[in-house]
Design a protein around this ligand. Structure first.
Ligand code: ADP
Ligand code: MG
Length: 181
């Protein structure tokens, strides 16, 4: 099957999830994140702000901020036409609706100057496979952002989004591990 047809099937399936399921599975997912060894570093963690029914890491991130850990989120820079990672400290007030309707850090917040300061990346997706292949929305955003990135990359998804094998192209950046509910 083509990337496009798999994408559509999994997007459609995610649309059918109830708010209760999204919330319950996201809670379990956040508890699971708490016991991932790769996330134990004290260095900043890169997160994402969930769009629609994407599994949410925000309860985990909120707890990390409370513990004093730095967290960074992607923000589109229209001048460079690329994404930058921005430290935030307040999940309720530091965000505004950005590109594609995704919540992004506000413009007044300074971007991280060196991506090497990030210890691990939480990355959403439409589907993943057991080899770490990731299928995104089809814009290659994370493939571009992570093309030079050697830090640990953690694919975040519902367990039904993990399949045996997905198509993988040379530009597709692989995940090091997956965390589900
Ligand atoms: P997704 O990863 O969102 O599922 P694809 O892997 O299908 O999307 O990539 C979408 C487009 O982005 C492709 O046309 C691909 O050529 C382009 N792309 C991906 N990575 C890069 C990169 N590092 N540099 C330039 N273009 C890229
Ligand atoms: Mg890709």
């Amino acid at each position: 099957m083509s990337k496009a047809s798999i994408r559509q099937e999994f997007i459609d399936k995610r649309h059918t999830m109830s708010p209760e399921d999204v919330s319950a599975h996201s809670d379990t997912f956040c508890q699971n994140l708490d016991s991932v060894p790769e996330l134990e570093s004290v260095k900043p963690i890169a997160s994402y702000y969930p769009l629609g029914n994407e599994i949410s890491p925000l309860c985990y991130i909120k707890a990390q901020i409370k513990k004093g850990r730095r967290v960074v989120f992607p923000r589109h820079n229209s001048k460079t036409e690329s994404y930058e990672m921005v430290p935030v400290s307040d999940l309720d007030n530091d965000f505004i609706s950005g590109r594609f309707g995704v919540m992004e850090p506000r413009a007044n917040l300074d971007a991280l100057s060196d991506l090497n300061d990030i210890s691990a990346w939480l990355i959403p997706g439409i589907a993943f496979d057991h080899q770490g292949t990731r299928l995104g929305f089809g814009k290659g955003i994370y493939d571009r952002l992570l093309s030079q990135e050697s830090r640990v990359k953690i694919g975040c998804a519902y367990s039904w989004q993990v399949v045996e094998t997905l198509p993988r192209e040379t530009h597709d950046v692989a995940m090091d591990c997956l965390v589900t509910e």
